[in-house]
Design a protein around this ligand. Structure first.
Ligand SMILES: NC(=O)c1ccc[n+]([C@@H]2O[C@H](COP(=O)([O-])OP(=O)(O)OC[C@H]3O[C@@H](n4cnc5c(N)ncnc54)[C@H](O)[C@@H]3O)[C@@H](O)[C@H]2O)c1
Length: 380
């Protein structure tokens, strides 16, 4: 019998659904001491949160996140709302002694992120940030290969996250579905939304980033704001490119935009080491491309590893070798690791403190673009 872990979910959008699915699935595939119970879902509209609760099997609903946090029957609060709400909710949840699973980016900026780290450390509550790409099996395999030293000394890290959904100048900013275009709700544009993922994966695989040099652009300067009805200045970065130096001496190149016509969610990274290179592509997420210069010359070349075997990360929990899994499973893995973490007293990463590194790198990227100069990343 598993012990109950009562979840209070705040937000029922894209991530509210992805996480709810993970909570429902996890005990079917992983043997864990705790089983998530979908105790309460919270959003501002009673009608909509009820419909969500019915669909996903939540036992009750709230329309004020403060009420949810006060409830004695909630063990863990899951924050799946726009970025500007993360600080206030996480701080209140920590003070109430709840475990916290917070969506990325941790906060609007490093200053807010610092307050969140302090809040969870003071309250000593388990905490985690949903940088879910770490738990795509092919990405975890990349981590293992780098950690084993298979690549040797790393020279280059390259990452892209390309989309094309904000090209139309008629698209408004703000409100439901479009809060990502409103700097007050999002904090930044592609830097906090997309590059944050690339940076989290990069520092996990290749260590910390020391210094950055960035440029950003806002291609559409004014958009109608859905909340005020007025045409307002756009405060987010539509595109961001930066180069950087990692602590280990390697060079990094990162690009993200929502103006790359034809690309919907093209997240790719490549690492070039002394002996070997690896490449990964979200559109083909179950494969890892690997080139090893030490292979005999006549068979040397890029191999496409289909990550589906039981001895590859997470895969023994799923089907049989050769059958792959998808995007939603990365969230199942993250819940499984969170539960393992609270059982063993060894937190699943990234916790708030770890995710704050990404926040500080995003701050340095935006500051560098603004001041048009190299910027050292603030050490915690
Ligand atoms: N890990 C990932 O890959 C990933 C992917 C998408 C989004 N995210 C992050 O998840 C968070 C949510 O993004 P999303 O795509 O799910 O957004 P969304 O717009 O789909 O959903 C946001 C939800 O927040 C609710 N909400 C807004 N204000 C609220 C309030 N005051 N009280 C209660 N509920 C409120 C809305 O009703 C909605 O249900 C963001 O921080 C985002 O950056 C992460």
């Amino acid at each position: 019998m598993t012990k109950p872990l009562n979840i209070g979910m705040i937000g029922y959008g894209f991530m509210g659904r992805a996480h709810s699915n993970a909570y429902r699935r996890v005990n079917n595939f992983f043997d864990l001491e705790y089983g998530p119970v979908l105790k309460a879902a919270c959003a501002r509209s009673l009608e909509q949160v009820k419909a969500f609760a019915d669909k996903w099997g939540y036992e009750s609903v709230e329309t004020d996140w403060r009420k949810l946090i006060e409830r004695k029957d909630i063990d863990a609060v899951d924050i799946c709302v726009p970025n500007n709400l993360h600080l206030e909710i996480a701080t209140a949840a920590a003070q109430a002694g709840k475990m916290i699973l917070c969506e990325k980016p941790l906060a609007l900026n490093g200053a807010d992120g610092k307050k969140m780290v302090e809040a969870v450390e003071k309250a000593k509550v388990p905490n985690m940030v949903w940088y879910n790409y770490r738990r795509v099996p092919a990405v975890t395999l990349a981590k293992n290969l780098v950690a084993e030293g298979k690549l040797g000394k790393i020279f280059h890290y390259r990452a892209n996250f390309l989309q094309d959904w904000t090209i139309s100048a008629d698209l408004p900013q703000g409100g439901t579905g479009l809060w990502r275009l409103d700097v007050a709700a999002a904090g930044s544009g592609v830097t906090g939304d997309l590059l944050a993922h690339c940076i989290d994966t990069a520092i996990w695989l290749n260590g910390d980033i020391a210094t950055v040099n960035a440029m950003t652009e806002t291609f559409v300067k004014e958009r109608k704001h859905n909340l005020t009805g007025k045409v307002e200045k756009v405060g987010i970065d539509d595109a961001c490119t930066f180069m950087c130096r990692f602590d280990n001496g390697s060079l990094g190149l990162f690009e993200s935009t929502r103006y790359a016509r034809g690309h919907k969610a093209l997240y790719t990274f490549e690492i070039n080491g002394e002996h070997a290179s690896i490449k990964w592509d979200l559109h083909d997420l179950h494969r890892l491309q690997y080139f090893d210069h030490r292979d005999p010359g006549i068979v040397r070349g890029w191999r496409s590893i289909h990550v589906s075997d039981g001895d590859q990360p997470y895969m023994k929990h799923w089907w049989v070798p050769g059958l792959q899994i998808g995007y939603e499973h990365s969230f199942v893995h993250q819940v499984a690791d969170f539960i393992e973490g609270i059982t063993k007293g060894k937190p699943a990463m990234p916790d708030f403190k770890d995710a704050q590194r990404t926040q500080l790198i995003c701050d340095a990227v935006l500051a560098s673009a603004k001041d048009k100069k190299w910027m050292d990343v603030v050490k915690a």
